[in-house]
Design a protein around this ligand. Structure first.
Ligand code: AHR
Length: 521
């Protein structure tokens, strides 16, 4: 389990000398964005690579419980605070038969997984995963297969999971040892159905029709559920925008959320350009929200469709390695795929992505860091060995822990810079949340490679506040990583903090850093 802090004084690394710049944040209790849905801090486990087999599940491991689940991994997930986990895919779900994953384990078939060119053994299925999610303190967000299958099988799995008893599939669940329904509230209507890599790719109209019928039938079985329709698999898809318009035109009234997926990369080592990528994320969110509202107006509807950013992260480090793995070991079980090793600059971008999500908490109600264990993940394991936190674990844990309650508007007055894709990128990126106990957490990324900031925070109507803590994530090397043998190389430490006088705080924010400033009444 990682320590929460390492004090700067004990830090053996020497700190560089920096210049000082100035920036200002203005906040007011009444500048409210909206309530932060706890599902903003969701994550994702796909039957892919070593996420399940060798990640959360490794029978025989010294840390495995009686069901084969690794207790060390559960410890990290609990500490991270993950209220909802999307499952079982991802691309995987578009060829998945849910019936294969329930019933006696010895009767479950082995299947070729055409999404990731591996063999799925179905040792872990819905019942096992639900037990794991309970232990981890998470609810399940279940994705149905609308690729190779359709509305009928989607309806059946809702009946299996949520109907009390007295029907074919609910009785099958009971016969499989689970009397009480799973009560899964959140359902994804397929995955990335616009992508040519997807089994059963569809046009926007085709998908919209199928999503509409599936969602209707699923909700007729259980009217308490919510459904998420697939938006574009990235804002870079040539059909982005048109896809959302056309598919929503078909299913708007019967679905509750549209999904957004986005991964960023830094293949050229351009750190300022990489850290500016959240400008694109912000634009993506605003565009999809605008399209939802345009369709609402066109239909003269009263129904509001919100956003589910159910795949987001940095993803590129493992791409070449994966090609080699497929050349060597295609169709093997639990191939070590998508095992990105995250560095310090990745943690800064993840921090900035979290800030972007909090800033848009009125429309983004659900978000899933993709993924959770081993596969583009904050938590890593070695088969038979240890478990450790990658750099990106920390901003997520801080946001999940302190970024609940009410998202507040933060007016940011910061010097800016230009990079290849953007002009006017503020060096200081910030968001804030007001908790029920009156404490205020300010999250801040300093994108400046060279200079430290003196950050003035004008609290206006908050009354007396004290600075309780300044949690800082900083490393002098943007490429620094955590490993099993050096798991705390990039880890939170106490920040320099500052003073607070007459409703104004003045805080030192080191160059290239993630800060959490905790103010208490
Ligand atoms: O998260 C990895 C993959 O990325 C998912 O399976 C897919 O939905 C996306 O393309």
């Amino acid at each position: 389990m990682p320590e929460m802090h390492r004090s700067m004084e004990n830090n053996p690394r020497k700190r560089k000398e920096y210049n000082m710049k100035n920036a200002k944040l203005i906040m007011d209790r009444d500048f409210v964005i909206g309530t932060v849905d706890k599902r903003l801090y969701g994550s994702f486990i796909e039957h892919l690579g070593r996420a399940v087999y060798g990640g959360i599940y490794e029978p025989g491991h010294p840390q495995a419980d009686e069901d084969g689940f690794r207790k060390d991994v559960i410890g990290f997930v609990r500490e991270m605070g993950v209220p909802v986990v999307r499952y079982p895919g991802g691309n995987f779900v578009s060829g998945f038969n849910w019936e294969d994953s329930v019933g006696p384990k010895e009767l479950r078939p082995k299947r070729l997984d055409l999404a990731w060119f591996t063999t799925e053994t179905n040792e872990v299925g819905l019942h096992e995963f639900a037990d794991w999610a309970d232990e981890a303190g998470s609810e399940i967000m279940y994705a149905v297969n609308l690729g190779s299958r359709g509305p009928e099988q989607a309806r059946d799995i809702v009946e299996y999971a949520n109907h009390p008893s007295g029907s074919k599939y609910s009785d099958m669940r009971i016969a499989n040892g689970r009397e009480k329904p799973f009560g899964i509230k959140l359902w994804c209507l397929g995955n990335e159905m616009d992508g040519p890599w997807q089994m059963g790719q569809k046009s926007a109209r085709e998908y919209g029709r199928i999503a509409n019928e599936a969602s209707k039938m699923m909700k007729w079985v259980d009217p308490t559920i919510e459904t998420v329709a697939c938006g574009s698999s990235s804002s870079e898809m040539p059909t982005f925008g048109a896809w959302e318009m056309e598919m929503l035109d078909e299913c708007y009234e019967n679905i509750d959320y549209v999904s957004l997926h986005r991964y960023y990369a830094n293949p050229t080592g351009d750190t300022p350009g990489f850290l500016a990528r959240t400008m694109d994320m912000e634009d993506f969110i605003r565009s999809v929200a605008a399209i939802c509202d345009a369709v609402k107006s066109k239909k003269r509807s009263k129904h509001v469709v919100n956003l589910s950013f159910d795949e987001w992260n940095v993803w590129y480090h493992s791409s070449e390695q994966d090609k080699e793995i497929w050349k060597r070991d295609k169709w093997n079980r639990a191939l070590p795929l998508l095992e990105d090793i995250y560095n310090f600059e990745d943690a800064l971008l993840v921090g900035s992505m979290l800030i972007t999500l909090i800033r848009n908490a009125d429309r983004v109600r659900i978000a899933c860091l993709a993924q959770l264990v081993n596969v583009i993940a904050p938590i890593m394991t070695r088969n038979g060995g240890g478990c450790w936190a990658q750099t990106i674990y920390y901003p997520f844990m801080h946001a999940s822990r302190f970024g609940r309650g009410t998202a507040l508007k933060v007016l940011v007055d910061s010097p800016t810079y230009s990079c290849a894709d953007y002009d006017q990128v503020p060096y200081i990126d910030a968001a804030a949340a007001l908790a029920d106990d009156g404490s205020v957490s300010v999250f801040c990324v300093n994108r400046d490679m060279e200079d430290e900031f003196e950050l003035e925070i004008d609290f206006r109507s908050f009354g007396e506040l004290k600075l309780d803590r300044h949690i800082l994530l900083h490393h002098d090397d943007v490429k620094a990583v955590n490993t099993e043998s050096d798991p705390m190389n990039v880890a939170p430490q106490e920040g320099p903090g500052g003073v607070i006088e007459n409703g104004k705080a003045t805080i030192r924010i080191p160059a290239l850093s993630w800060s959490v400033l905790r103010f208490v009444p």
